[in-house]
Design a protein around this ligand. Structure first.
Ligand code: FES
Length: 566
C-alpha cells in the first residue's frame, strides 16, 4: 500500500538530493532530461534493463522497463531507464562466443553497480531475462545494498512441430540426430524453424527459470515473477506494480542485504532442488552469497540437497515446461507446499515488505488430484536433491553433478579424453565415443576455457546419438540447465591450474560414485605424480581484453567464479 511519506523523505540516503540535485551542474542536467522542479524532491530509481534485440530472452525487456517506469512515476518516484549487456547462452553454446557467457554475469553486476553508484540512484529495479542476467543483477543489488527489486522477463511459450512441443533443447538434440543420421532434413528444418516462437527465456527448468524461481523464493522478486510467461498479461501487470513495491521498500529502508540472508539463500536453494533446477544455480548462489558477505559453501549446498526431495516433473529431466507451472498456482503454490512441510523459512523478508509466510498466505494450494507437475513429498521423483557435490581424487576441491536418479547413481568405465569441446563433436561424428565410456572434457574451466563454457552441444549431441544413458561425462566446464544425463561438471581444480583432470589418459578407469560422493581416477598416487613431472601451466589463451582480465581475476568454480575479490 502506498502511504503518504513525502517524496523528499524517501531519499533516505540523501544521495540524490545532496550529491546530484545539490550539484548545480547535475541539477541542470536533470532539467535537461525533462524533470520538473517537483521531481527534484523525488527519490530516483534506476531501471537497469538487459534488453537488446538479438535474443528472444531479452528482446522485450526494454518494453517491460517502460511499464516499470510508468509504475514508478505513478508512485511519486522518478524512474530512469539505463541499459546493460546480455549474452545469449542459447546462441553461444557450442561456439567460441560461449567464452563470454559467464564473464557477462560479472560485467552485468559491475555495470549496474557502476551506474547506480555513480548516478546516486536511491534504488534500482533490474529487468532481466537470460541465464547470466539474473545472478549478475542480484550480485549488483547485493553490492549496492539500496532498495531493489528484480523483474524477470518471463519464460518463453513452447514451440510446436508435428504435434510435438519444442524448445531450444529440441533444436540441439535434433542436430545430434542429424549427425547420427536418424532425422530427415525436412524434420530437422521443421524443428529448427518452430522451436522458438517468440519472446521469453528458454522454457524448461533450465538456468534462467531456475534462477528466476529461486530468486523469487529468496524474496527479491514479486510473487509470480518467475511464473508469468514473457507474453502473459500478468507480466506487464507485475511491471506496473513495481513502483508501489519500491516505495514501500524506500519508506521502510528495506535493502537487499536484509533480504539476502542465510535463511533466504536456503529457501532459494530448496526451490532449486525441489524443482530440479540447473547446476549453474550452485555457481551463482555461491557468488550471490559472496556479494552479500555471507559465507556459503558447496557442502552447505549439499546439505540442502540432502534434505530436499526432487518433486517436479519439469524439463530437462521431466515432461513439463515452466509455462505449465502458472496454471497450477505458480512458484508461490510450490513454496507454500514446501513451507507447510517445514522446508521453507517463513520469517524471511521480501520485496513486498512482507515476510515469505505472509506472502504465501495469499498463494493457492497445489491440487494433487488434478495437477501432475509437482509430486507429493511422499512420492518424490527422488528422495533427495538432484544436485550433488562430489569430491575424490579427480575433484579434490569439489565438483557439481546433476543426478535425478533416472541415470542411476554409479557409473564406471574407461576414460575418453577430449581436450576441448570440439573434440567431442569430432569423436562423436567418427563413432569413437562408445557405450560405457566416461567422456572427459577438459581445459574448459573458468581460466582454461576461458569462461567455463556450457557443454550443451556435446551433451545434446550425445543424447541425439542415442548415447545419453550409455556414457557419463565429466568436465571442468559447466552444463547448460538444459543438459541431462549422467554428468559431473565444475571439477576443481581445473585442468589449466594443474588439477588431476589434466592428467587423465585415454582408457584410465574412472568411477563416479554418487552414494559416496566421489569421482575417482583409478590411477595410483605414484603414477599420477609421475604424470605431473615437468607439467607447466599453459600459456593463457588471452592476456588482454575482457577474457584476459577474466583469466587474471576469476576464482574457481567452487568459489562461485567471482571476479571482484582480487
Ligand atoms: Fe536465454 Fe536460454 S538463451 S535462457
Amino acid at each position: 500500500m502506498i502511504t503518504e511519506t513525502p517524496a523528499k523523505q524517501l531519499n533516505q540516503y540523501s544521495r540524490t538530493l545532496t550529491q546530484v540535485v545539490g550539484n548545480p551542474g547535475a541539477k541542470s542536467m536533470l532539467y535537461g532530461i525533462g524533470l520538473t522542479e517537483a521531481d527534484m524532491d523525488k527519490a530516483q530509481i534506476g531501471i537497469a534493463s538487459t534488453g537488446y534485440e538479438g535474443n528472444t530472452c531479452n528482446m522485450h525487456l526494454n518494453g517491460l522497463s517502460v511499464y516499470v517506469k510508468q509504475g514508478i512515476q505513478a508512485s511519486g518516484l522518478v524512474g530512469l531507464i539505463f541499459n546493460t549487456i546480455g549474452v545469449s547462452d542459447g546462441m553461444t553454446n557450442g561456439n567460441d562466443g560461449m567464452r563470454y557467457s559467464l564473464p557477462s554475469r560479472d560485467l552485468i553486476a559491475d555495470s549496474i553497480e557502476s551506474v547506480v553508484m555513480a548516478q546516486w540512484y536511491d534504488g534500482v529495479v533490474t529487468v532481466v531475462g537470460c541465464d547470466k542476467n539474473m545472478p549478475g543483477a542480484v550480485m549488483a543489488m547485493a553490492r549496492i545494498d539500496r532498495p531493489g527489486i528484480m523483474v524477470y522477463g518471463g519464460t518463453i511459450r513452447s514451440g510446436h512441430y508435428k504435434g510435438q512441443k519444442l524448445d531450444i533443447i529440441s533444436a540441439f538434440e535434433a542436430y545430434g540426430k542429424k549427425v547420427a543420421g536418424t532425422i530427415s532434413d525436412e524434420d530437422y528444418n521443421g524443428v529448427i524453424q518452430n522451436a522458438i516462437p517468440g519472446a521469453g527465456a528458454c522454457g524448461g527448468m533450465y538456468t534462467a527459470n531456475t534462477m528466476a524461481s529461486s530468486i523469487e523464493a529468496m524474496g527479491l522478486s514479486l510473487p509470480f515473477s518467475s511464473s508469468y510467461p514473457a507474453t502473459h498479461e500478468g507480466k506487464q501487470e507485475e511491471c506496473k506494480k513495481i513502483g508501489a513495491a519500491m516505495r514501500v521498500l524506500l519508506e521502510r529502508g528495506i535493502t537487499p542485504k536484509q533480504i539476502i540472508t542465510r535463511q533466504s539463500l536456503e529457501n532459494a536453494l530448496t526451490i532449486v532442488m525441489a524443482l530440479g533446477g540447473s547446476t549453474n544455480a550452485a555457481l551463482h548462489f555461491l557468488a550471490i552469497a559472496r556479494a552479500a558477505d555471507i559465507t556459503l559453501t558447496l557442502d552447505e549446498i549439499q546439505a540442502i540437497s540432502d534434505r530436499t526431495p526432487l518433486i517436479a516433473d519439469l524439463k530437462p529431466s521431466g515432461k513439463y515446461y515452466m509455462e505449465d507451472v502458472l496454471a497450477i498456482g505458480g512458484v508461490p503454490a510450490v513454496m507454500k507446499y514446501l513451507y507447510q512441510n517445514g522446508l521453507i523459512h517463513g520469517e524471511c523478508m521480501t520485496v513486498t515488505g512482507k515476510t515469505v509466510a505472509e506472502n504465501l498466505a495469499e498463494a493457492s494450494d497445489l491440487d494433487f488430484d488434478t495437477q501432475k507437475i509437482i509430486f507429493p513429498l511422499s512420492k518424490p521423483v527422488k528422495s533427495t536433491g538432484h544436485i550433488q557435490v562430489l569430491y575424490g581424487n579427480l575433484a579434490p576441491t569439489g565438483s557439481v553433478a546433476k543426478i535425478t536418479g533416472k541415470e542411476g547413481t554409479h557409473f564406471e568405465g574407461p576414460a575418453k579424453v577430449c581436450n576441448n569441446e570440439t573434440e567431442v563433436i569430432e569423436f562423436l561424428s567418427r563413432g569413437e565415443i562408445l557405450p560405457g565410456q566416461v567422456v572427459v572434457i577438459r581445459n574448459c574451466g573458468p581460466k582454461g576455457g576461458p569462461g567455463m563454457a556450457e557443454m550443451l552441444k556435446p551433451t545434446s549431441m550425445i543424447m541425439g546419438a542415442g548415447l545419453g544413458d550409455k556414457v557419463a561425462l565429466i568436465t571442468d566446464g559447466r552444463f547448460s540447465g538444459g543438459t541431462h544425463g549422467f554428468v559431473v561438471g565444475h571439477i576443481t581444480p581445473e585442468a589449466v591450474e594443474g588439477g588431476p583432470i589434466a592428467f587423465v589418459h585415454d582408457g584410465d578407469r574412472i568411477t563416479i560414485d554418487v552414494a559416496n560422493r566421489q569421482v575417482i581416477l583409478h590411477v595410483s598416487d605414484a603414477e599420477l605424480a609421475e604424470r605431473q613431472v615437468g607439467w607447466q601451466k599453459p600459456v593463457p589463451k588471452f592476456t588482454k581484453g575482457v577474457l584476459g582480465k577474466y583469466i587474471r581475476n576469476v576464482k574457481s568454480a567452487s568459489e562461485g567464479c567471482v571476479t571482484d575479490e582480487g
